[in-house]
Design a protein around this ligand. Structure first.
Ligand code: XMP
Length: 330
């Protein structure tokens, strides 16, 4: 019978059988799936696992720390952090086109992860010369719906977006370890809780791989990322305080970086940027309705953002369903 405890025991046994005394690597994205998959593998084989977190500088406030501190504290995982913030900033410099942003981020992610994987392989070889403990395995947080979507074939790595590491060169060919293959999202969350992962991580709403880069309409700059991060943190804090996290599928917060409007703040006229709130209700993100948030919550978010983020002088609400609007603005 299905209990979270049984699932964990069963997966740990399978992982041990698959990996033996081999070494394994796992890319953490900050999302639920890779975190739970990594935590399960850690339970099974301990220090034979190395996790890699590529910090591309496009996560929201506190999310990198969540991985680097909270996740590590909760699991004891051996973590390598790659600071790629400047590299991604350079690669995205001057780029406004959404698909171009996605391509660049996907390409850079593969390159950075590839190098990190090579470093881990070399490190393991140096620690354990001749012991035959080479890094042969790669953890993927593939869920059951992903398996179904890709035709259900075994061992086929589905490459849906950049944080699924596809396209690695032949000499970095890993055998996949996919401990979540039989699970649905709510089951993954239950496993994550049972493994003691931080609740903020376990209940994180969907967040796109390209991160805040596709929530800045216009070119991505460090200053614009700062503005958006500040506004987003306020919106998230107020939605959480109002107890609305479980009612909302996700709420992209978008910076219209190339738009300015006139405002009056403090002592004088301002010429600032609008922030868009895009709260949506959905079952699977294929279709969505805009969420009827309480006016007092909207009011609080608007007041706080315009008071606390000086570059923003207007907060607007997106009242478009999907279709015709997508959930993200880019
Ligand atoms: P849209 O905007 O297409 O979004 O209605 C549907 C869901 O997918 C997420 N999304 C992405 N996730 N890489 C991702 O990993 C992407 O490029 C991407 N674009 C959109 C979006 O947040 C929503 O949950």
């Amino acid at each position: 019978d299905w209990t979270t405890g049984n699932v964990i025991e069963e997966q740990i046994a399978r992982i041990k059988a698959q990996i033996g005394d081999g070494r394994v690597i796992c890319a953490l994205s900050g999302g639920v799936d890779s975190a739970v998959a990594g935590a399960l593998v850690q339970r099974a084989v301990g220090d034979q696992l190395t996790c890699v977190f590529v910090d591309h500088g496009l996560l929201r406030a506190g999310e990198a720390e969540q991985v680097e501190q909270d996740f590590v504290a909760a699991t004891g995982v051996k973590l390598v952090v790659v600071d790629a913030v400047q590299r991604f900033a350079d690669a995205l410099d001057g780029v406004s086109d959404p698909e171009q942003k996605r391509k660049i981020i996907g390409r850079e992610f593969i390159r950075v992860f590839e190098q990190a994987a090579r470093d881990v392989v070399a490190q393991v070889a140096a620690e354990d010369p001749g012991a035959g403990h080479e890094v042969k395995f790669l953890v993927q947080g593939t869920l059951y719906p992903d398996v179904v979507e890709s035709g259900g074939g075994t061992g086929a790595a589905t490459i849906k977006s950049h944080h699924n590491v596809g396209g690695l060169p032949d000499d970095l060919a890993f055998e996949l370890v996919e401990p979540l293959r039989a699970l649905f999202k709510d089951e993954v969350r239950a496993v994550g809780l049972q493994l003691g992962l931080p609740e903020a991580m376990v209940y994180r709403q969907p967040f796109p791989g390209p991160g805040l880069a596709i929530r800045i309409v216009g070119a991505v700059t460090p200053e614009r990322l700062e503005i958006l991060r500040a506004a987003d943190a306020i919106a998230r804090a107020e939605l959480t305080a109002a107890g609305l996290d479980r009612d909302i599928w996700q709420c992209p917060v978008v910076l219209l970086a190339d738009v300015r409007s006139v405002g009056v703040q403090g002592d004088g006229r301002t010429y600032g940027h609008p922030i868009v709130l895009r709260p949506v209700s959905s079952e699977d993100a294929m279709t969505a309705d805009w969420t009827r948030l309480p006016y007092d919550v909207l009011q609080k978010i608007s007041t706080r953002i315009t008071n606390e983020v000086p570059e923003v002088n207007r907060v607007v609400l997106d009242v478009t369903s999907k279709p015709p609007g997508t959930i993200e603005w880019e």
